[in-house]
Design a protein around this ligand. Structure first.
Ligand code: ADP
Length: 269
């Protein structure tokens, strides 16, 4: 297994301050270790796909990065600072983990992103309302601001949570399987939004089971391949090799190179 970090070197030889610097991260539930000494560095402003089989620890890694789970050992630095739980990292959970019947409207969900800025016992000010309005505009949800979240389509629900993350003004955005259960059009919209957020300078880490999407360099600059430990991190062509994929998934993987890039087919038979 190779624990080589993502290379942060730039063409002029300088090393930019990484947005995320994770060293020897080990996470356990009770006595069961599910992430083993994971180390990687993500340069600021990149879009990174986090891939690996079911149970690889992708969700667990994102939860540890946002401070929802306390690691057993290891360190997480965000923009060079030791990170426990702060506002610099925003997290969009899997849609299945959210109680969509909770009686709250779109505006209020996005305002939750401002909580850390407002403080618990104060009311939102004009700046907070402006940030929420701007975030809703960015995800094209302004017209649905007063709609109950349970009445939205899957794609709209995903966009509300992305807006909440944007309203937080975080520099790192973590998304857990944001495309799962969405039709192709809604997936494309989410990918466009990730692209827009990235162009705004935000670093984006997306857990996905979609290897073909992860391999597409239009969507992601880098890939992290995980199966309890980090198998490889870097550019898709170097990470998604037969050797690494076999280490992560076992056999039954076909790798096809096309003019558009690398095409991967997971043979389930
Ligand atoms: P992935 O997102 O890659 O599918 P997860 O992070 O959800 O992987 O899970 C990694 C491992 O941790 C799995 O074996 C899963 O069963 C286990 N696990 C996840 N959440 C919990 C939990 N709350 N308590 C105990 N074990 C858990």
């Amino acid at each position: 297994m190779n624990h080589q970090p993502l290379s942060p070197a730039t063409s002029n030889g300088t090393v930019p301050l990484p947005a995320l610097d994770v060293q020897n991260l080990t996470v356990a539930y009770e006595q069961t270790v599910v992430l083993h000494t994971v180390s990687f560095v993500i340069p600021a402003g990149e879009r990174v796909a986090l891939v690996g089989p079911n149970g690889a620890g992708k969700s667990t890694l994102l939860k540890a990065l946002v401070g929802l789970i306390r690691p057993t050992t290891g360190s997480i630095r965000v923009n060079g600072h030791l990170h426990t739980q702060c506002n610099d990292v925003a997290y969009v959970p899997q849609r299945a983990q959210v109680d969509w019947s909770f009686p709250v409207n779109v505006w209020d969900v996005v305002m939750l992103g401002r909580t850390a800025h407002i403080g618990l016992f104060r009311s939102p000010g004009r700046h907070d309302r402006d940030r929420v309005a701007h975030s809703l505009e960015l995800v094209r949800m302004t017209d649905l601001a007063r709609r109950q979240i349970g009445e939205l389509s899957g794609g709209q629900q995903q966009r509300v949570f992305i807006a909440r993350a944007l309203a937080q003004d975080a520099c790192v955005l973590l998304l857990d399987e944001p495309m799962t259960g969405l039709d192709v059009r809604a997936q494309q919209e989410v990918l466009h939004m990730i692209d827009a957020i990235h162009r705004d300078g935000v670093t984006v880490l997306v857990a996905t089971h979609d290897l073909q999407q992860a391999a597409n360099t239009r969507y992601y600059e880098r890939v992290l391949l995980l199966n309890q430990s980090l198998i490889q991190g870097g550019q898709a062509h170097a990470v998604l090799t037969a050797e690494h994929l076999t280490a992560a998934y076992g056999g039954h993987l076909h790798r096809i190179e096309t003019e558009q890039g690398i095409l991967l087919v997971h043979d389930r038979h």
